[in-house]
Design a protein around this ligand. Structure first.
Ligand code: GLP
Length: 243
């Protein structure tokens, strides 16, 4: 628990940098990093960019896997997760293009695309560190309430709460928000060696309380992480209000 969202981002960025540097990645043995979108990780990304500019970390031998992507949104749409990652992180660091993995929500065969993604994670030996946020309804990535806690990367329809929450990115027009997404599964996230979940602000307090104190249930998928052997929940004071 840190005082505010700036301090949370300081911690998550330093932790990520330390993990990468301690690992000492090479071309043959890259560090595999899972990444989220959303407003929560933005401050962390700014600090990672800063650290790269100051020579404190390199992403040359880091391979990234993003958690999710909307279905049917053109890749260059400003709200696609491809655009988000490019505009908020990838354009400013030295991660090679071929090391970046983001699900293709426009693939002709979405099921094959999900399988390809899972296979690629396995081919890299699994995810070393997965960063994530929490949806106010307890979703992680786009694993909405009701998701199997053993789920793998798949197509998921978004629930009304998530669509409404994300309307702010689509001119506050619910009809413009995609209704489906590709997402890593809860099981995919559970397989990562370490998972770091970030939640900041009073709006996330009920979700944080469920995540920490609620029963493990598919009604609130992030609770499954209580079973993870190495999960770090990074929150600010405001997000602890309901604990
Ligand atoms: C989206 C993303 C999630 C993210 C959530 C919370 O639904 N798919 O990965 O955790 O939003 O977003 P925010 O950080 O903006 O609250």
């Amino acid at each position: 628990i840190a005082d505010n969202s700036d301090k949370v981002a300081d911690y998550v960025a330093s932790y990520t940098i330390q993990r990468i540097n301690d690992f000492g990645p090479t071309k043959e043995r890259p560090f595999v990093l899972g990444l989220p979108t959303g407003s929560t990780p933005l401050k962390t990304y700014q600090r990672l960019i800063q650290a790269f500019r100051e020579g404190r970390v390199s992403f040359k031998h880091v391979v990234t896997f993003n958690m999710d992507e909307y279905v049917g949104l053109p890749r260059d749409h400003p709200e696609s997760y491809h655009s988000f990652m490019k505009n908020n992180l990838f354009s400013f660091i030295d991660v090679p293009q071929e090391n970046i993995n983001i699900l293709n929500g426009n693939a002709p065969d979405l099921l094959a695309e999900c399988q390809r993604f899972e296979d690629k994670i396995v081919a890299y030996g699994g995810i070393d560190l997965f960063l994530g946020g929490i949806g106010s309804d307890g979703h992680i990535a786009f694993n909405e309430p009701g998701s199997s806690l053993a789920s793998r990367t798949r197509v998921k329809s978004l629930n009304q709460e998530t669509i409404a929450a994300n309307a702010r990115f689509f001119d506050n027009d619910i009809s413009k928000v995609p209704t489906m997404a590709l997402t890593v599964g809860v099981g995919t996230i559970m397989d990562a060696r370490t998972v770091v979940i970030i939640a900041t602000g009073a709006g996330k307090a009920p979700a944080v309380a469920q995540c920490v104190e609620g029963s493990v249930s598919h009604a609130f998928p992030v609770t499954q992480l209580q079973h993870h052997r190495s999960m770090v929940l990074c929150v600010d004071e405001d997000a602890t209000l309901d604990l």
